[in-house]
Design a binder for this molecule. Sequence first.
Ligand code: 5GP
Ligand code: ZN
Length: 119
Amino acid sequence: MAGEPQTDCLFCKIVAGDVPATVVRETDTVVAFRDINPQAPSHVLVIPKAHYRDAAALAAAEPALAGELLRQAGEVAAQEETVEPGYRIVFNTGTGAGQTVFHAHAHVLGGRGLAWPPG
Ligand code: 5GP
Ligand code: ZN
């Protein structure tokens, strides 16, 4: 069924507590934890507890949860104190765009200058 945990999914294992992670924020529906290979001084992954392969699939199936994920990404930036001068929310979608974990996740990056376009 849509949104159900997948046994072969790393982020479902983090949600279940079977793989450790440095959790910085958790609600009934969302978990935020530090990226194991940070690309900025503050690099947090914000994920729905429900399993969807990417952000678009999440938004199509559960738009309210997709909105909540974005809201929580903003809360993470606030608690990481990256709102000023700015932070970036990234959803890599598909292998060609660098997606390696096929459980929807927002990268929330901040704490350094963030060039645009990112390259
Ligand atoms: P993607 O490449 O799919 O957009 O992002 C996946 C992210 O998950 C990468 O930035 C990678 O560093 C991170 N990652 C991979 N394995 C783990 C892990 O076991 N724990 C944590 N905290 N992050 C992970
Ligand atoms: Zn999953």
